[in-house]
Design a protein around this ligand. Sequence first.
Ligand code: SF4
Length: 255
Amino acid sequence: MLTAPAYLSPSSIGTFRDCPMKFKFSRIDRLSEPPTWATHVGTFVHEVLEHFYQLEARERTLDSVTALAGERWKASDWETRVKTLIKSEGTIADFKWQAFECMKNLWKVEDPQSTELVGMEHEVDTDIDGVRMKGFIDRFTFDDEGRVIISDYKTGNIPNPRFKSEDEKFFQLTAYALMMQEADQETTSKLELLYLKLGQKHEMTLTPVKLNIARGVIVETKEMVDASCQSGEFVCNVSKLCDWCFFKPQCPAHA
Ligand code: SF4
């Protein structure tokens, strides 16, 4: 019998529902996936924008995000981190260009000088109907009625609606809204996905029905994780996504 993880997160629930075997590799066997070009672009953009939103509103300009990108590049030694990837993916200049395009597109999705964030990288650790849930919310603010608006930066492509429904696309943020409700007694009104690569904002109004669906998904996934750990059987969900899966070489479905 395998030991189930001590807690789940909205993203690990997504992994299990996409492919239980992938969940086993990452969350039970604790095999870590090395960073990729795409994850590095995402992490760098998140880092710069986190610092950017700590500036005074009037200081949030394109010049200041450019300066901050340079500062963070040096402070976190991104040059060394990206260099290991440049042979296969592109040059340092390509990386900087891609990341900066995302930062520049922030002005297409909101006015940074009139957006006041209340929380960034906000940790939530709570219990949903007996399931321990942990994770970090990218950022949140309050609407005019004091209700929370949760948003998430995305630096990749927008999921194809043929493969991911709107509810699936927003599942992680809905789960975070539920976690904030249980942990902080905060009510969330709206969820936002900020697709910076394309400069698009996708929004969803949150309803009690959507929260209840997320609650059901969390509880059901925990039951499935426990059952798999008990039996040792994790389904391989073979799909086109396998070609991008780091664990493919050791996956029994591709042996
Ligand atoms: S290769 Fe495919 S089936 Fe195997 S773990 Fe990865 S996603 Fe799952």
